[in-house]
Design a protein around this ligand. Structure first.
Ligand code: 4AD
Ligand code: MG
Length: 445
């Protein structure tokens, strides 16, 4: 009996007879030879069917089998440096082929397809080696995040997705009707995380977040995944160190474990190799000064206008992109004006018009992947900020309680999974970073 093999483990099976169960990715007809590229979800292997070595019905099966048909192939593994595939360098000399299901005319071919066509066929597009590589890297990013946080004394405590309160502004809330009562899909787990640190010290939640974004950009999804670490007795500066350690660890794990996938994506890994702490830190004031300097130097009037910024304005995509292209490593931009940030952020005691917050901008033009801050620990100040933001104070009583019973300085941040994957994979658009993206005008399939 041949052993069932996962293609990713093929190097361990040289000389052995194996069975692979999968789908036909591609086929080349050489007359007396067929080269079948078979994928099983873990890799792609070249299966060689030679008229000389197989019974006529097996050769006939190789002739009949169509792209994306499901099949079971048995044969002997041999090393051949020329063999394409993932990992490549090995092939299977076929003895037997069993067609499980003969696929109809497959709509996605080797020719170039438009993005709208591919998005309509997202359920099939996922079978391409490019989408395969991205999702494998995403899984490693998530695994690495959990491994690092677990090893640093963080407890995973998940937070509700149905909530009664806003945390990240009221304009992006997704309302849900519950028998006449209005609830919201969670924009963040942070407020609950803050309750959890008083019970568990250091925690993280990891789950989907929902934002009713109104604009079409390459960075925004309606539904995205976020990991949010939150730490008791943690200052703003300590929080930055934790964030940079985490990001550096994640990138290193991908470089270590996902070489093949990065190669499939033709990702230049040199910029990723540079993602080592410490990351540069830049205040909002310094960033505004830099942007206006670049605006001054810019010859193109459109670029000038896009870069110019008044103190007090939030950064738009062109500002973030310019800053992010300027640094080789991810860069922290800190101390934004309080007016453009969330109600819970701790003002700087020396300059209350700015808050102790940081966005981490990924390099190569990608922009924000992390948003974080020190939180207001003082009861009176928090109450004042809730009122200033016109939020319903009664809904925040439990949150205010955290400042009544053993309040401590505390900080935390949120890392967006899809933004991080888009950067590490060097994608043009965030839509490819999640299997089934939810975006403006796009919820199907
Ligand atoms: O900066 P944000 O809004 O921060 C928070 O939600 C905080 N409560 C996090 C915390 O301190 N616990 O979002 C955090 C990150 C962003 O940096 C970005 O990576 C991602 O979440 N993000 C989005 N990703 C995709 N689509 C969107 N619409 C996103 N909005 C935020
Ligand atoms: Mg943010």
């Amino acid at each position: 009996m041949a052993t069932l093999m996962r293609i990713e483990r093929i190097a361990d099976y040289v000389g052995a007879e194996v069975t692979v169960r999968g789908w036909l990715y591609n086929k080349t007809d050489k007359g007396r030879l067929y080269f079948l590229l078979v994928r099983d979800g873990t890799g792609i292997v070249q299966c060689v069917v030679s008229m000389r070595d197989v019974p006529p019905e097996t050769f006939e099966a190789a002739r009949r089998v169509t792209q994306e048909s499901s099949l079971i192939v048995t044969g002997t593994v041999r090393q051949d440096a020329r063999a394409p595939g993932i990992p490549g360098g090995y092939e299977i000399a076929v003895r037997e082929i069993q067609i499980v299901h003969l696929a109809q005319d497959y709509p996605i071919g080797p020719k170039e397809h438009g993005v709208e066509f591919l998005m309509d066929h997202r359920h099939l597009w996922l079978r391409s080696s490019r989408q395969w590589a991205i999702q494998r890297i995403r899984a490693t990013v998530i695994r690495a995040i959990r491994d690092w946080l677990d090893s640093q004394g963080f407890l995973n405590v998940d937070t509700p997705l149905l909530t009664a309160t806003a945390a990240e502004g009221t304009t992006t809330l997704f309302p849900v009707d519950y028998f006449g009562e209005r609830l919201y899909l969670a924009q963040t787990g942070q407020l609950y995380n803050e309750a959890n640190i008083f019970a568990f010290g250091r925690v993280y939640c990891f789950g989907p977040a929902f934002r009713a974004e109104r604009s079409k950009t390459r960075r925004h999804l309606l539904e995205f995944w976020m990991v949010e670490p939150e730490m008791a007795f943690c200052t703003f500066e300590e929080m930055l160190e934790i964030a940079e350690q985490l990001v550096a660890y994640v990138v290193a794990r991908v470089l270590e474990e996902r070489r093949h996938e990065l190669r499939v994506l033709e990702r230049d890994t040199a910029p990723l190799e540079k993602v080592v702490p410490p990351f540069p830190r830049l205040t909002y004031d310094e960033a505004v000064r830099l942007l206006n300097e670049w605006a001054e130097e810019a010859a193109d009037p459109e670029r000038k206008a896009a870069l110019r910024i008044e103190w007090g304005e939030d950064f738009g995509a062109p500002h973030e992109t310019a800053l992010s292209l300027h640094f080789e490593k991810p860069v922290f931009v800190t101390h934004y004006p309080a007016a453009v940030k969330a109600f819970y952020m701790q003002p700087d005691p020396q300059r209350p018009e700015v808050v102790r917050c940081a966005d981490l901008l990924a390099p190569e033009g990608y922009g924000e992947i992390i948003g974080g801050s020190e939180r207001i620990a003082d009861y009176d100040l928090l109450l004042q900020r809730i009122r200033e933001h016109n939020l319903p104070v009664e809904e925040y009583q439990w949150y205010l309680d955290l400042r009544r019973y053993g309040s401590v300085p505390h900080s935390g941040f949120g890392l967006g999974i899809e933004r991080t994957v888009a950067w590490i994979c060097h994608l043009d658009h965030i839509r490819e970073a999640i299997a089934f993206p939810r975006m403006l005008y796009r919820y199907r399939p």
